[in-house]
Design a protein around this ligand. Structure first.
Ligand SMILES: Cc1cc2nc3c(=O)[nH]c(=O)nc-3n(C[C@H](O)[C@H](O)[C@H](O)COP(=O)(O)OP(=O)(O)OC[C@H]3O[C@@H](n4cnc5c(N)ncnc54)[C@H](O)[C@@H]3O)c2cc1C
Length: 388
């Protein structure tokens, strides 16, 4: 395959700062050199390559847009570009960074006590500590407000009982940011791996996000000290604000997967000959490639402007819903079209396409399903909620 040089039909590069371009190019090179040679085998083996986690920490990619506590404090656009480049490698790596940065470091940074920030953030930034985020339960996915995991104040400690499911990084995490109801109100708690009554069994057998760890979290009379509650937030706005930050990154990340599939399809269409002509010369194939370019270009402009709004403090969660929903949707379609253009070859792991396609099924569902984001927009337009 030809060298990946990105897809930049509208000169989006000219809208980036020097620092943002540098971050993007650095991660792009790292993905070429370190990720692509190993990711297909890791995916097949259902294994998160831990050496890549260390590499991402060494590049300063964890908590990239947070200030202080060992974090580089870059722009949200830089964070988005990191997500884009990582997901061109694999959605599992981007998921790791989304969880660590937006779902673990962000809530501790925003809602944690000074002690909690000092104790956990530097280790999370350097990957000496790995975190996970426990919101979804076996019976409460799109409806997290129905959660049954509860915390009880036992005087000198909290006791947590319940279960979380589908938790990225769960079994390898040193700490979990867990959302549970205390006296009927949602609160965030920091649970450590060795806390009594806590286990995190691995979920095996995924056909998607295989280079990512997915686990259950089980709390059976789990005891944690009182100073592990996040003091700065109550209610669902705690976990939802984390998800808004992660979903913003996903809108960029999905473009990375889409670019990988588009790049593969454009290359293949120029090389593969049928009826004594390159298949790229047929109008039906060109129509598919032109559609891919069109949708990637629109998606880039969506995410870039969203990032600028985020940095200006003007981003609305409905805008994030639109970008997450749109960009994952088009990435999923681009992956399928790319497989189609590759014909039978497209099903082989010599090409990255089926891996991206399978990964994108999870990305379509997690962090708010496509349908729920659609309903968020429906509510924004009509003022009427179809889902709560
Ligand atoms: C690989 C992977 C990693 C994940 N990582 C994490 C993690 O780290 N932490 C975490 O907390 N969670 C995680 N999740 C869970 C994820 O966020 C949930 O899967 C997601 O919220 C959807 O919940 P559900 O799977 O229970 O589906 P459901 O909520 O049961 O939805 C099933 C279907 O019903 C539709 N639906 C539901 N309600 C409505 C409605 N009112 N109107 C119309 N349609 C509706 C949905 O759109 C969907 O199509 C992960 C999931 C996966 C697959």
């Amino acid at each position: 395959m030809s060298k990946f040089v990105g897809s930049d039909f509208y000169d989006v590069d000219s809208l980036l700062t020097d620092e943002e371009r540098l971050v993007r190019d650095t991660v792009r090179r790292w993905v070429d050199d370190e990720v692509l040679p190993v990711i297909e085998a890791a995916w097949r083996d259902e294994r998160l390559p831990m050496e890549l986690v260390r590499g991402m920490a060494d590049l300063g990619l964890l908590g990239v847009n947070l200030e202080g506590y060992g974090c580089p404090g870059m722009s949200s656009v830089a964070y988005g570009l990191v997500a884009q480049e990582l997901e061109r490698g694999d959605s599992g790596l981007r998921s790791f960074v989304s969880v660590q940065s937006s779902l673990v470091m962000y809530p501790i940074h925003s809602f944690g006590s000074e002690d909690q920030k000092q104790r956990f953030l530097p280790g999370l930034a350097s990957a000496e500590l790995i975190g996970c985020f426990g919101l979804t339960e076996p019976d409460h996915g799109s409806d997290p407000g129905g959660m049954v995991t509860k915390a009880v104040d036992r005087g000198d400690h909290y006791q947590i009982d319940g279960a979380k499911m589908w938790i990225t990084n769960g079994s390898i995490a040193d700490l979990a940011v867990v959302w549970a109801k205390l006296d009927g109100v949602v609160h965030g708690f920091i649970v450590l791996r060795d806390d009594p009554g806590f286990t995190a069994p691995l979920m095996k057998g995924k056909h998607s996000l295989r280079a990512s760890v997915t686990s259950e979290l089980v709390f059976d009379g789990c005891r944690i000290p009182k100073d592990r509650i996040l003091p700065g937030v109550t209610g669902l706005k705690g976990p939802l604000s984390c998800l808004t930050s992660a979903r913003y990154g996903i809108s960029w990340g999905a473009l990375g997967a889409a670019m990988a599939c588009f790049h593969a399809a454009a290359d293949y269409a120029k090389e593969r000959t049928q009826f004594a002509r390159p298949i790229g010369s047929f109008q039906l194939v060109q129509d598919k490639l032109a559609w891919m370019l069109r949708e990637i270009t629109k998606g880039q402009l969506l995410s870039l402007q969203l990032g600028r709004l985020k940095d200006a403090g003007k981003m609305r969660h409905e805008q994030v819903s639109l970008a997450k929903m749109n960009n994952v949707d088009i990435a999923r379609d681009i992956a399928r079209m790319s497989r189609d253009i590759h014909g039978a070859n497209g099903i082989m792991d010599e090409y990255p396409i089926m891996r991206h396609m399978a990964n994108l099924e999870s990305v379509y569902t997690y962090e708010g399903t496509h349908d729920i984001h659609n309903l968020v927009l429906g509510r924004y337009v009509t003022g009427l909620s179809a889902f709560v």
